[in-house]
Design a binder for this molecule. Structure first.
Ligand code: C5P
Length: 208
C-alpha cells in the first residue's frame, strides 16, 4: 500500500518497546507487530515438534501464520525466548520470518492507516524506509526487573537472577551476531526509558 505511515522501533529485550508500540498503534490506528513473537513462534516449533523442524516445514507454517497465532501465551516464556535468540541467528529462518514482517509493515489490512513494528532489526533491516524510527532502551537491571515481574505471575519458581542472566545473554547474542544485529543507526530517535513511566515515554514519542 502506498502513502501509509510506517513506524519502526528497535530495542533490546524487555525495554518496554512492545508497550509503546501498542500505544502508538492505538493512537495512530496502525497495525502493530511485535516481531520477536515471530521468532518465538518458530522457536516453539523447535521445542514442541523437534522432528519436523526443517526450513520447508517452517516456511509452510509461516505462509499460514495469522496474527492470532502470535498471541499464544506459551510464546511468552523465558525458555521460548532463549531458543528464539538462538534460531534468530539463522539466515534462512530470518529470511522466512522477514517475508511475513514485510507484508505486515507494507501491506496492513485496509482498516489501518499504517504499521508499527518493534524488535531488534525493524528500523535497520525490515522497514528501512520507515517514516520514523526509534531506538528504545533501558538499563539491564531495569529491564530484568520488569521482565521478572511479568514472568513471576505465570511461573512462581523463576528468580530475578535467572531473568537477569538470561537477558544479559540474549543482549550479547543479539548485538554481536553477524546477521541483523541490534544496533542504533543515526536516523533513530534514542529514548532511554529506565526512569520514564509508560505515559511519559509515550508523550515523548508523540512529540517527536
Ligand atoms: O523481543 P523478544 O524478546 O520477544 O525476542 C525474542 C528473540 O527473538 C530476541 O532475543 C532476538 O534474538 C530475536 N529477535 C530478532 N529480531 C527481531 C525480534 C526478535 O532477532 N526483530
Amino acid at each position: 500500500r502506498k502513502n501509509i505511515l510506517k513506524i519502526a522501533i528497535d530495542s533490546p529485550a524487555a525495554a518496554g518497546a512492545g508497550t509503546q508500540a501498542k500505544l502508538i498503534g492505538k493512537h495512530y490506528n496502525l497495525l502493530v507487530l511485535d516481531t520477536g513473537r515471530c521468532y518465538r513462534y518458530v522457536a516453539n516449533i523447535k521445542i514442541t515438534e523437534p522432528t519436523k523442524f526443517n526450513y520447508k516445514y517452517i516456511k509452510k507454517k509461516i505462509d499460514k501464520l495469522k496474527m492470532k497465532d502470535l498471541q499464544n501465551k506459551k510464546l511468552s516464556s523465558d525458555k521460548v525466548a532463549t531458543v528464539a535468540s538462538i534460531i534468530a541467528k539463522d539466515k534462512k529462518i530470518r529470511k522466512l520470518v522477514h517475508a511475513f514482517q514485510v507484508e505486515c509493515a507494507y501491506n496492513p489490512p485496509k482498516k489501518y492507516d499504517g504499521s508499527c513494528l518493534d524488535g531488534r532489526d525493524c528500523g535497520s533491516v525490515v522497514v528501512k524506509d520507515a517514516n520514523i524510527k526509534f531506538y528504545i532502551t533501558a538499563s539491564l537491571k531495569v529491564r530484568a526487573n520488569r521482565r521478572y515481574k511479568e514472568l513471576k505471575v505465570k511461573n512462581k519458581k523463576i528468580t530475578y537472577k535467572e531473568v537477569l542472566k538470561s537477558i544479559r545473554k540474549r543482549d550479547k547474542s543479539d548485538k554481536n551476531r553477524k546477521i541483523s544485529p541490534l544496533k542504533k543507526t543515526k536516523e533513530m530517535y534514542f529514548i532511554n526509558c529506565s526512569y520514564l513511566s509508560i505515559s511519559t515515554c509515550f508523550m515523548k514519542i508523540k512529540k517527536i
